[in-house]
Design a protein around this ligand. Structure first.
Ligand SMILES: [Fe+2]
Length: 277
């Protein structure tokens, strides 16, 4: 029985960081979360909270807005910068009906608010829902990383293609920046550049590394890679914005490209699809 038990996946308890300058409030929160099985970290100041976060990254933070020294807004902003592109949920504790604090909190990146004195059921519901969202973001990030790794693996064995997709991603972003595209669109261009040849993933080495010119039959196979790439990425919600670029990266202005033989301005319409995605 012991052996069977050791094979079972141990479920990690979620951890919560509560930040408040009033010890009584911290103790109350601690009791609520411990009863629900959370690992609880308590901090009496923003500096204390940052120290805890740096030594043991937690899953969610609940931060009181009014604190001496660095206040809750500044701490929220700092935690969001620290966690970068990863989703790290922060709930701010505000006074009842304090609209101004909520607006400032949203500007600082807060994900939700709890009014003091807090309702336990409301607090636990909001925490659970944000942790679920965090889990979904992490799964999404994991799926994207698998696809990016596949591309690196596909190119790694060949001197000529090694790093090709990464370079295309960097150049696409640089060109978009030259054209004055906003940050969000530059990120799409970079991702599209990295993924554009993902459709070659299933091609044999004989075609990918053939030193001589490809036969017509082989060329026909290669011409399918934009469509294959599009179908590989289509199921992923986070890839929707890059599908037009993957499908159309071999179109030519004179209409002699593939797969849709788009000509001139019609390729532009695809760009509009990318920009409005
Ligand atoms: Fe290509």
């Amino acid at each position: 029985m012991g052996f069977t038990f050791s094979l079972m996946k141990e479920e990690k308890k979620p951890s919560v960081l509560v930040v408040d300058d009033l010890l009584a409030n911290l103790e109350l929160m601690e009791a609520v979360f411990q009863r629900e099985g959370y690992t609880v970290y308590l901090a009496l100041s923003a500096d204390n909270a940052i120290d805890i976060f740096n030594s043991d990254p937690v899953d969610i933070a609940i931060v009181d807005v009014m604190m001496p020294g660095t206040n809750g807004f500044e701490l929220c902003k700092y935690l969001k910068i620290l966690t970068g592109k990863f989703f790290f949920p922060v709930i701010l504790l505000t006074a009842l009906n304090d609209q101004k604090s909520k607006i400032t909190g949203l500007e600082c990146g807060a994900d939700d608010f709890i009014s003091k004195p807090f309702d336990v059921v409301e607090l636990l519901t909001k925490v659970k829902s944000l942790l679920k969202l965090k889990e979904l973001y992490e799964e999404l990030d994991h799926s994207e990383n698998i696809i990016f790794s596949l591309i690196v693996a596909m190119e790694a064995n060949d001197y000529y293609t090694k790093g090709h997709s990464t370079r295309v991603g960097a150049l696409a972003k640089e060109f978009g920046s030259f054209l004055g595209f906003p940050e969000k669109e530059l990120a799409i261009l970079k991702k599209a550049g990295i993924l554009h040849d993902i459709g070659k993933i299933g091609f044999s080495e004989n075609i990918l590394r053939k030193p001589a010119e490809l036969t017509e039959e082989e060329k026909e196979i290669v011409r399918k890679h934009p469509l294959i790439g599009e179908s590989i990425c289509r199921p992923l919600l986070s890839m929707q914005s890059v599908l037009p670029a993957i499908r159309s990266h071999h179109e030519r202005w004179d209409g002699n490209g593939y797969p849709d033989m788009l000509r001139g301005g019609n390729i532009g319409k695809q760009i509009v699809r990318i920009r409005s995605a």
